[in-house]
Design a protein around this ligand. Structure first.
Ligand code: 13P
Length: 244
């Protein structure tokens, strides 16, 4: 099956740096075996679209759930779609833990993405305390059951399992940990369990192939290591190696 290699640039790479990235980004992967997606700042969407020389999916990292209105500083799903996005990250751990986003808000953002025809990539993941307390399955089931109704049983979506303790810390879940968590997510998705599930959290060229070869891991969502074109191209190549 095709692997998905997605980069989340977070608050990095404005339009100039985004264009510079694509001047140097030369993945040697076959788009039939590796799908590349970039989650970029809304204001860099156009630069990426104009400068990417290989097929890439484009997404934004956050939206507001209202379609328009007096909400200074916010961007709607419809506006992101109009600016060229096809995907949206919902419930990234930085949104949940730095900005206090709740499961209910994540669910409204998922509903807004579906309304605007964007593919939501919904992030879930446990805190270290929750894992240590044996609450992994409970937390993942709660996060999944909160957004599933917003999908209204239709449309394409993905889940990204990103254990909070592995994001930007250099700590990575083992392929076994990732498979176990992805199995829990798949089961919680019930009839929607065939959706792709990506792993995120300190993915690097050195661990990407092992993670993407693990059962139930359909791809990766990469933060820091997606900012450098040569490094991210090596992760894409690891995706190709892992295709069965
Ligand atoms: P890092 O790869 O920098 O740990 O970030 C992971 C992440 O948050 C991707 O969304």
């Amino acid at each position: 099956m095709r692997k998905i290699v997605a980069g989340n640039w977070k608050m990095n790479h404005g339009p100039v740096a985004a264009a510079g990235f694509f001047d140097r980004f030369r993945p040697e992967t076959d788009p039939e075996s590796v799908e590349l997606i970039f989650f970029v700042a809304g204001l860099s969407l156009h630069a990426v679209e104009a400068s990417a020389r290989v097929p890439v999916g484009l997404g934004v990292q956050n939206i507001h759930w209202e379609p328009s209105g007096a909400l200074t500083g916010e961007m709607s799903a419809e506006m992101a779609a109009e600016a060229g996005a096809s995907y949206i990250l919902a419930g990234h751990s930085e949104r949940r833990h730095v900005f206090g986003e709740t499961d209910a808000e994540v669910s409204r953002k998922v509903a807004a993405a579906v309304r605007a025809g964007l593919v939501p990539v919904v992030c879930v993941g446990e805190l270290l305390e929750e894992r240590r307390a044996g609450r992994l399955a409970e937390v993942l089931r709660r996060q999944v059951s909160a957004f599933v109704p917003a999908l209204r049983g239709s449309g394409e979506f993905m889940v990204a399992y990103e254990p909070v303790w592995a994001i930007g810390t250099g700590e990575t879940a083992t392929p076994y940990d990732a498979s176990e968590a992805h199995g829990i997510v798949r089961e919680a998705l019930g009839a929607l369990g065939k959706a792709p599930i990506l792993y995120g959290g300190s993915v690097k060229p050195g661990n990407a192939a092992a993670l993407m070869s693990a059962p139930d891991v359909d791809g990766v969502l990469v933060g820091g290591a997606s900012l450098e074109p040569e490094v991210f191209a090596r992760i894409a190549a690891a995706g190709e190696q892992s295709v069965e």
